[in-house]
Design a protein around this ligand. Structure first.
Ligand code: ATR
Length: 282
């Protein structure tokens, strides 16, 4: 029996064990996927244990996505670019770092039929998730990407780190530029934790409803609750919406494929994630 799991702190009601285990079981792979809550002072020791022959690797979540980088052996290009690792693969004792949040977002977006090529996108938030989503949008050919964050310096750092040479299409928004950029955006993505259950801001939206775009796809990467205040506001204005569950499952599916070398059973993973989300609602 191979070992595999997710590390984070705190882990709360993580959905990954439910939908990853369902995928391993569906393909008859003898592996056990667990939640390994890991306090920062134990991170090095826990990551070192992934080198064991019986371990396939791990998913990495908040707050360890950057902290694991010096503890592993190599970084795949997207992990290097985003500066964050959400998946570790154990290749015969050597630990590879990947970022499957990028492809997870791209696949979730593709499932709606929205093509970001040459479109105007507004990203709210500047943490690890925002970095992966900006990279995903750059690679999908977005025409303009504005980043707005509560702490403006963090948005500026994101833009400085992720801008490619001569690219004026990735910018930070000054507070007084938000209203116009929001109304004109064709894709709006909330990458902040505003609205998330347990964050202290559940029921709030990262954007006042009067600033919602006129015509856009509105995406919230928050998946608990399934419909956040932002998505409710957007839906009531007739805008198309997408919640965070598809991105969660697609990033997990890409990780599953790296560990197992087999195509991920997506439908199995989606239904297991939906069941786990319903079952864990408090
Ligand atoms: P992740 O890796 O999941 O993106 P993170 O790095 O903790 O997590 O980032 C959380 C994001 O949510 C940040 O952009 C944060 O803004 P700050 O950089 O100003 O901290 C944003 N965020 C969290 N709570 C917020 C709130 N109450 N209002 C506005 N933004 C908030």
């Amino acid at each position: 029996m191979q070992r595999i799991g997710v590390i984070g702190y705190p882990l709360g009601h993580t959905l990954s064990p439910a939908f990853q285990q369902a995928a391993f079981d569906a393909l008859g792979i003898e592996a056990r996927y667990e939640a390994w809550e890991t306090a920062p002072d134990r991170l090095a020791e826990v990551v070192a244990s992934f080198r064991d022959a019986g371990c396939l690797g791990a998913n990495v979540t908040v707050p360890h996505k950057q902290a694991v980088i010096p503890l592993i052996d190599s970084l795949e290009p997207l992990a290097q670019r985003t500066g964050a690792v959400n998946t570790i693969v154990n290749r015969e004792g050597l630990l590879q770092g990947h970022n499957t949040d990028v492809v997870g977002f791209q696949r979730a977006l593709a499932s709606t039929g929205f093509d970001p090529r040459d479109r105007r996108a507004l990203v709210l938030g500047a943490g690890g998730a925002a970095r992966a989503i900006v990279v995903a949008l750059q690679d999908a050919g977005a025409g303009w990407i504005g980043v707005h964050n509560r702490t403006p310096e963090r948005a500026e750092r994101l833009v400085a780190d992720l801008s490619v040479a001569d690219d004026a299409a990735l910018v930070t928004l000054p507070p007084d530029g938000l209203a116009e950029a929001a109304r004109d955006s064709e894709l709006l993505v909330n990458c902040s934790s505003v609205g998330m259950q347990g964050s202290g801001s559940e029921g709030s939206s990262p954007l006042p409803p009067e600033l919602l775009p006129r015509q856009a796809l509105v995406v919230d990467i928050v998946y608990r609750p399934a419909e956040t205040r932002l998505l409710k506001d957007a839906r009531s204005r007739g805008l198309q919406t997408l919640g965070g569950l598809p991105m969660l499952v697609y990033q997990g599916a890409a990780a599953f494929e790296l560990w197992s070398g087999r195509p991920a059973p997506i439908e199995v993973m989606v239904s297991a994630a939906e069941r786990a989300l319903k079952g864990s609602r408090s």
